[in-house]
Design a protein around this ligand. Structure first.
Ligand code: WQD
Length: 340
């Protein structure tokens, strides 16, 4: 299939582009580089040995989006593009709603006008809110979120579900990610957050490579085995492969639209992740314990059975794989992707 990948220069998008090409599909990237760098493209073409068409514009520009669909043929869309920083979304709610919702509306309108009716959407476990029983199951209701970022995911899931309900041909997969980490085993692409990383894995990686002094562990008084919070970390390569499998299953998906958890089904604590990273690096890494971070939950992970049963997909890579691949990326690229 010829697949338009929105946000295809980003962390998960770039790994998914490679997985699409590896599975014999064609990938076209549209990205405004708000949270990624053009130098990713050269890495992707070198890794895949293929030319990857790029369109560089903001999908909230409905005219440019319409022109793209008028000029090119796509069989499907994988929609990653969107702002994704939880804390930033609290500070800039209007920008998050505008960007994440308008880009989706613009894309869905152009798809509808041009008969493109296959869509895989990048959703998030954040839609389960603060009260879902663990492990999180896809049928849990009511969905909610504790940030404008998370609420855009809840809203977009509903918008796409409603479109699919009245559009005979539309097939939609909603993929709810847990905590994506890791990097392509080549070390040529990986997670490259701008500024100080909010997320655990890139922060640990930057401590290991000397860009940060030490890790701050946000709380060790949680009701968990070692007192630190537990999450379901999933290797980005597993996640990328899950997108390709979901895309290839779209044809057979029933209505109403069903979400799929993309997680491992296992929780890992902050200290377990830190010690796994130390094994990858071969030395201890400095950390200090501070208070809990506002909004953090103690522990959650996926019920991962639906993706296994209906897509035949499950995560295969281990925490040590995640750390080894992250370290290879970060040590080969201490400052992340070059600007030019
Ligand atoms: C993981 C654990 C922290 C940094 C977020 C978003 C979620 C999704 C994935 C998009 C927590 C602890 C972290 C640090 C720490 N993103 N931690 N020191 O918060 O589970 O999920 O990313 O969909 O929407 O909320 O991930 O990596 O920020 O934190 O101790 O410097 O690591 O407290 O327990 P989180 P995270």
């Amino acid at each position: 299939m010829r697949v338009l990948v929105s946000g295809g220069a980003g962390y998960i998008g770039s790994h998914t582009v490679l997985a699409l090409l590896d599975h014999g599909h064609d990938a076209v990237i549209v990205d405004d580089f708000a949270n990624s760098k053009p130098t990713v493209l050269g890495r992707l073409e070198a890794l895949s040995g293929k030319q990857i068409p790029l369109h560089s514009f903001d999908l909230t520009d409905a005219d440019k989006t319409e022109r793209l669909f008028a000029q090119e043929e796509f069989d499907a869309v994988i929609h990653f593009a969107g702002h994704k920083a939880v804390g930033e979304s609290v500070a800039k709610p209007l920008e998050y709603y505008r960007n994440n919702l308008d880009s989706t509306f613009s894309l869905a309108r152009a798809m509808t006008r041009h008969g493109v009716d296959r869509l895989v959407f990048s959703s998030s476990a954040t839609v389960y809110g603060d009260h879902a029983p663990v492990p999180y199951h896809e049928d849990y209701q009511p969905l909610s979120a504790s940030s404008p970022y998370g609420r855009t995911k809840v809203m977009i899931e509903q918008v796409l579900t409603d479109i699919a309900a009245i559009s005979e041909g539309w097939k939609v997969a909603l993929l709810r990610y847990f905590n994506p980490v890791g990097a392509h085993p080549s070390g040529r692409i990986g997670e490259d957050p701008q500024g100080v990383p909010n997320n655990l894995m890139p922060f640990i990686a930057q401590v290991a490579v000397g860009r940060r002094d030490k890790l701050t562990v946000f709380g060790d008084d949680y009701p968990t085995a070692d007192g630190t919070a537990e999450r379901d970390y999933i290797h980005v390569m597993d996640l990328a492969e899950g997108h390709v499998v979901a895309l290839e299953h779209l044809e057979s998906m029933q209505k109403p639209v069903r979400p799929f958890n993309l997680g491992t089904g296992t929780g890992t604590s902050v200290l377990e992740m830190l010690h796994a990273f130390e094994r990858a690096v071969g030395r201890e890494l400095p950390y200090e314990v501070a208070g809990r971070r506002a909004g953090d939950l103690p522990a959650y992970w996926a019920d991962a059975t639906r993706a296994q049963q209906e897509l035949g997909w499950h995560a295969t890579r281990t925490i040590d794989d995640m750390c080894a691949d992250t370290w290879r990326w970060q040590s080969d690229n201490p400052q992340g992707f070059p600007d030019a």
